[in-house]
Design a protein. Sequence first.
Length: 186
Amino acid sequence: MRISAANVYVHDQDEALAFYTEKLGMEVRHDVTLPELGDFRWLTVAPPGQTDVAIVLMAIPGPPMVDADTADAIRSLMAKGSLGGIFLSTDDCRRDYAALSAKGVEFTGEPEDMPYGVDVGLRDPSGNHMRLPARRRYRSSPDRDRPRQATPARGDGLCGAPTAGVPHAGRTRGAGSVDRSVRRPG
């Protein structure tokens, strides 16, 4: 099983399409209108060269899929940037921040050094929240007889979670099982 697409709701599919392609530089993967489904438009985009996954730019549904109250709740959550999000990645967050800012992309702040790398947030015209981190490089475990695990390069936990002060972090039991027991210092 693999992920092929992830959905974000958008207020206006044409506006979203322009943002994701013209400003973020993504490519259209599908743009199909299905008359037999009430002119439902299946619109997907993805970064150039990334062919195994796409972002579905989904119009906010109405009846019969959802009732009016649910559609209003979706709009409300979108306005707050609280209806999911997209995690992009880059090898240089500050470079891409400057390039995208020049194209008119609005960010929620400046790039910041974080335990997991340099990161910045942005939102699309519909209010969907996105992150654009340049993550630190991770190295593989040198012990080739055991199952491979990502080993953080600077002692940070998986996805940047700090491990300082967590005595059990990173310990394993047996063939790759993770020791999740809590150990108190002393």
